[in-house]
Write a protein that binds this ligand. Structure first.
Ligand code: LLP
Length: 418
């Protein structure tokens, strides 16, 4: 990303040397670039032009209040999946009328809170959920706007753990069952059918799975018209990939030009389009800084043992995900092949494998592409406090989350009486 770049042999985020942040705030440390967020947002806006599209940031990718506030300022809506995420968007001052609520396991209290806040739409993923939502809305005298999340059974050609649009996934209602589900929805009290939704997976780099899904959704909408059911919007979910290594990401414009053309050709340009991008808005807007503690050279492998671990950035351990590793101050000495590993007592605790690096103890590294599914998936395993988060803005930076302390770790715990 151009927002993280070398200047005079040192890695910068915008106008701030990352070594300054590491020294002043310590490591591990998540660093985001405000300009990178704005640039990623602009790529969507340029692709959208004058079309009617609501972009709802898939906030599960990065839910820091400061990040949410930036997107709210830019005019973004939000895709939420829990009462906690609802509370965050409200705390960030976002407009609930631009919020869609996804997820397979919404509870009564979450439905009620979202109805009271006045969200735009519930993306309903099963018939039992639809009936529950009808009961809750009816009980409190609200009308729940609903899209059914259909499962179009397309292969997004991505990692199985982040592929969601195949029949065997827990997500959505099978597309063959959707006409009957819509018929039922249109009769239930407290429910107003407004749209259709799908989300086929994440880190998608091909346009064809989206077009396959769109085709199936449009056929469904044509069927619904015959049933006398009119929809206002079509939600294509999120999923656009980013460049981690050598992937060629699918630009919003490439996808949207094709989607708009298809909607026009099939006579559906009156439909509002909703998108739920997460990773593509924040992924390359963040890095994780970590300090080399020890260099452990063995017969089999060389390890750079760093102070960040799987609890801070889970993607490598969970998906064998590849993240770039950049030294803040590259050395001119010869490279050695290292596995970059954390201090946690698990063999899965690695951040990068087999990287050519020239390192000394005390060097600071930037783990790239850590802005999406980084901090949000962090935990406290091995009683490790979660890292601080900082947002760079030009020459300035703001700590947007304090590093956790030992007091944070044991907050809420208590022992039995003696
Ligand atoms: N909408 C729904 C309903 C979703 O389930 C997701 C992500 C998104 C939107 C945003 O998708 P994105 O644009 O970020 O691909 N932890 C995994 C990714 C899990 C994605 C879950 N759903 C990872 O680190 O790769």
């Amino acid at each position: 990303s151009p927002h993280f770049h070398y200047r005079n042999g040192e890695l910068f985020a915008e106008g701030v040397a990352l070594s300054t942040l590491a020294r002043q705030l310590g490591t591990p440390l998540y660093v985001y670039s405000r300009a990178a967020l704005a640039t990623a947002w602009a790529a969507y806006q340029e692709a959208i032009g004058s079309h009617r599209v609501l972009v709802c940031f898939g906030m599960k990718a990065n839910s820091n209040l400061a990040v949410l506030k930036e997107f709210a300022r830019l005019g973004s809506g939000f895709d939420i999946v829990s009462g906690g995420e609802l509370a965050r968007v409200l705390a960030a001052g976002a407009n609930p009328a631009k919020v869609v609520f996804s997820g397979v396991g919404k509870q009564d209290w979450e439905m009620q809170a979202a109805l009271e806040a006045g969200v735009k739409c519930f993306n309903v993923e099963s018939l039992p959920e639809l009936k529950r939502l009808s009961e809750v809305a009816n009980r409190i005298g609200k009308l729940a706007a609903v899209s059914l999340r259909v499962n179009p059974d397309v292969d997004a050609q991505t990692h199985p753990y982040i592929s969601t649009g195949l029949k065997e996934n827990k997500f959505g209602i099978a597309i063959e069952e959707a006409p009957a589900a819509y018929q039922l929805a249109s009769t239930l009290p407290g429910i107003q059918v407004v749209g259709v939704d799908c989300h086929i997976g994440s880190q998608i780099t091909e346009v064809s799975p989206y077009l396959d899904a769109l085709d199936k959704l449009l056929k469904l909408i044509e069927q619904l018209v015959r049933q006398g059911i009119q929809l206002k919007h079509l939600d294509l979910g999120g999923g656009l990939g980013i460049r981690y290594d050598d992937e060629t990401p699918l630009a919003p414009k490439v996808l949207l030009d094709k989607v708009f053309a298809e909607l026009r050709a099939r006579g559906f340009d009156h439909l509002e389009l909703v998108l739920e991008p997460g990773r593509s808005l924040v992924g390359n807007a963040g890095v994780l800084l970590t300090t080399v503690q020890y260099l452990k050279l063995t017969d089999a492998r060389n390890f750079a043992i760093v102070d960040a671990a799987m609890n801070d950035l889970m993607r490598p351990a969970l998906y064998e995900a590849w993240h770039g590793v950049l030294p803040l101050k590259p050395r001119t000495s010869a490279n050695t092949l290292y596995d970059v590993v954390g201090p946690v007592c698990e063999s899965a605790d690695w951040l990068a494998r087999a990287r050519q690096l020239a390192l000394e103890q005390g060097d600071v590294l930037a783990i790239e592409s850590a802005g999406a599914y980084g901090f949000v998936m962090a935990g406290n395993y091995n009683s490790r406090p979660r890292p601080a988060e900082v947002m760079v803005d030009g020459e300035n930076y703001h700590v947007i989350r304090q590093r956790e302390t030992f007091a944070d770790l044991i907050r809420g715990e208590s022992c039995l009486p003696d």
